[in-house]
Design a binder for this molecule. Structure first.
Ligand code: DAH
Length: 330
């Protein structure tokens, strides 16, 4: 075997010994003595020098010295590593790499988030936010809105009666009347809130839901301002490219009236999201506003409907079951 091969053989067996070394101080000392010690394998290589051709001796010496240095420094490194490891596990040290405790945070209900978004959009264009009562009299929920007793339009809103004259409001439109009774025009409000209807519960209707009402009254208000306002709102709420359709409709408290649909790609159909129109002069008369002097538009939108379309939710009951698996997605 050439001396080069002998040197490499020592190097390789030393590496193997280091690789299998554990944090056992006796084993560490054994490896040190048998390789780096005074009578160790490396020292023994030096003894070979006599058997080597004199012209080769300087090169031989260099190779062994290099081996010795390499072995010493990798030995020191390995020992440092092993003793550091035992320190960590023996001592009560701080481990900054441990992940922290995770606290589960709640989130706002998707309906609240949707209403907040609606509020943000309308307040950014000058609307104020008002709230009104959920239990109201027949007058404010119906009659003042041009729906006298036995008006057929009442059939569309199956009503929960508290007594003969008191209802759980069927829409937020009752607050239009309160606002106009309490304040002089001009007015510019949105009214978010809960409404109640005695409907059969299904994937698309629930006995309570949310609406946001809008009311804008001033000296000169046109239907095109109504359209512009709602178009602006819908584009911000959904997407700049959403397809919108105004469809003529009927509400007793607006004239003319319309409903607004947006195109739903998934279902491949128009979906109604709100009703609107120019405030009927009869309503102005009921609250003591001069219909010759004042004009206005109003609208009312279903918050669940909007949230369902926006977040692709297929069953209205999800909003009311308090299932965290649903809620934590928002
Ligand atoms: N109150 C109506 C409903 O619940 C929605 C509505 C339609 C409100 C037209 C309005 C409006 O203010 O102008 O179906």
């Amino acid at each position: 075997m050439s001396y080069q091969m002998k040197i490499e053989a020592v190097r390789n067996s030393f590496r193997a010994a280091l690789d299998s070394l554990t944090a056992d101080s006796q084993a560490i000392e054994e490896v040190r003595v048998s390789y780096l010690g005074r009578k160790g394998k490396i020292a023994k290589l030096f003894a070979l020098i006599g058997s080597i051709d004199s012209s080769e001796r300087p090169k031989f010496g260099q190779l062994i010295n290099a081996l010795k240095n390499d072995c010493q420094s990798s030995f020191d490194e390995k020992v440092a590593l092993l003793t550091a490891e035992t320190k960590d596990s023996n001592e009560d040290s701080l481990d900054f790499t441990l992940p922290g405790a995770v606290y589960r945070r709640g989130s706002l209900h998707p309906l609240q988030q949707t209403m907040d978004e609606i509020k943000d959009i309308f307040t950014s264009i000058g609307f104020s936010v008002a709230y009104g009562r959920e239990i109201d009299d027949d007058y404010h929920n119906f009659q003042a809105l041009n729906m006298p007793k036995h008006h057929p339009a009442r059939d569309m809103q199956d009503t929960f009666f508290v007594d003969d004259n008191t209802v759980l409001r069927t829409h937020t439109s009752n607050v239009q009347i309160h606002l106009m009774e309490e304040q002089d025009p001009p007015l510019r409000y949105i009214v978010p809130g809960r409404v109640y209807r005695n409907e059969a519960i299904s994937f698309k209707s629930y006995c309570l839901f949310h609406q946001v009402e809008g009311l804008y009254i001033d000296k000169h208000v046109s239907f095109s301002e109504l359209k512009g306002t709602l178009e602006y709102f819908i584009k911000r709420m959904f997407d700049e490219n959403v397809k919108i359709r105004f469809r003529p409709s009927y509400f007793p408290f607006t004239e003319p009236s319309a409903e607004v649909d947006i195109w739903n790609e998934e279902r491949n159909q128009w979906m109604e999201i709100l009703g609107c129109g120019m405030v009927d002069p009869a309503v102005f008369e009921n609250v003591g506003y001069d219909p010759e002097k004042w004009q206005g538009f109003a609208f009312g939108m279903g918050v669940e409907r909007i949230a369902m379309l926006k977040y692709k939710i297929n069953d209205i009951r999800h909003f009311y079951q308090g299932d965290v698996r649903f809620l934590e997605q928002f």
